[in-house]
Ligand binder design. Structure first.
Ligand code: PEP
Ligand code: MN
Length: 262
């Protein structure tokens, strides 16, 4: 179902009225984690004013250490939904366990994070619902494995899948991950699904977000996912890769210029 051979036309995924794919480019922006009402509301308003089409924020966080901040869970989702109401932006947040699905009723785009890309039972459950899924590439997943994970969701009847390249593990340690830009044109060859790029998790370094975001546009990405925090130095998660709202605004101006060029 994900194969280009059987669907020559690009798929356009409609996220509560916001279209992604087939020439429709969107930017998802927001903090790594929802922390407080003030934080998510402020960032939501700022990224909306800069031109983001969707708001992100994690409530269930897949942290490497069990002692790191794990997210606000249900309370975080409530704050995210308040920000959705206040701004009108569709919201994106990560699911870690299918049993949490009832809490995601009003979430517009459900994210499957890199660490769950091959959680096949979770993928099967997401295949049964009628809501778009943002499927991030696994930490060490091949393109074929990534597309097979999309297939798991689509096989159940949910064909609203957006892929997101977020960097892969290589021998390089200067960056958090290595952004595989070549995955974008390769996915476009193999599949009709939209592909977004997350330069924040791909690099882990604030200064590298802009060049990689612009390169992703040149490579043919259908959109970007960018972490933005109102006070990155105090962020409970991923501060070093988070842009300030001002930096995000500058990035959006360059994104628009770059898109005109391509
Ligand atoms: C995220 O987007 O919040 C996240 C944890 O990303 P990834 O799954 O790509 O590491
Ligand atoms: Mn993050």
């Amino acid at each position: 179902k994900a194969n280009r051979k059987f669907h020559p036309n690009d798929t356009v995924v409609d996220v509560n009225g916001v279209k992604i794919g087939g020439g429709n480019f969107q930017v998802i922006a927001g903090p790594c984690s929802i922390e407080t009402k003030e934080q998510i509301t402020e960032v939501a308003n700022d990224v909306k004013n800069s031109g983001a089409g969707l708001l992100r924020g994690g409530a269930f966080k897949p942290r490497t250490s069990p002692y790191s901040f794990q997210g606000l869970h249900g309370e975080g989702l409530e704050l995210l939904l308040e920000a959705k109401k206040a701004t009108g932006l569709p919201v994106v947040t990560e699911i870690m366990d299918a049993s949490h699905l009832p809490l995601f009723e009003d979430v517009d785009l459900i994210q499957v994070g890199a660490r769950n890309m091959q959680n096949f039972e979770l993928l099967k459950e997401l295949g049964k619902i009628n809501k778009p899924i943002l499927l991030k590439r696994g930490l060490a997943a091949t393109i074929e494995e990534w597309l097979m994970s999309a297939e798991y969701i689509m096989a159940g009847g949910n064909e609203n899948v957006i892929l997101c390249e977020r960097g892969i593990r290589t021998y390089e340690t200067a960056m958090r991950n290595t952004l595989d830009l070549s995955a974008i044109p390769m996915i476009k060859k193999k599949s009709h699904l939209p592909v977004m790029v997350d330069p924040s998790h791909a690099t882990g370094i604030r200064d590298m977000v802009e060049p990689m975001a612009l390169a992703a546009i040149a490579a043919g990405a259908d959109g970007l996912m960018v972490e933005v925090h109102n006070d990155p130095a105090k962020a409970l998660c991923d501060g070093p890769q988070s842009l300030t709202p001002e930096q995000f605004d500058t990035l959006m101006k360059k994104v628009n210029k770059t898109r005109e060029f391509f």
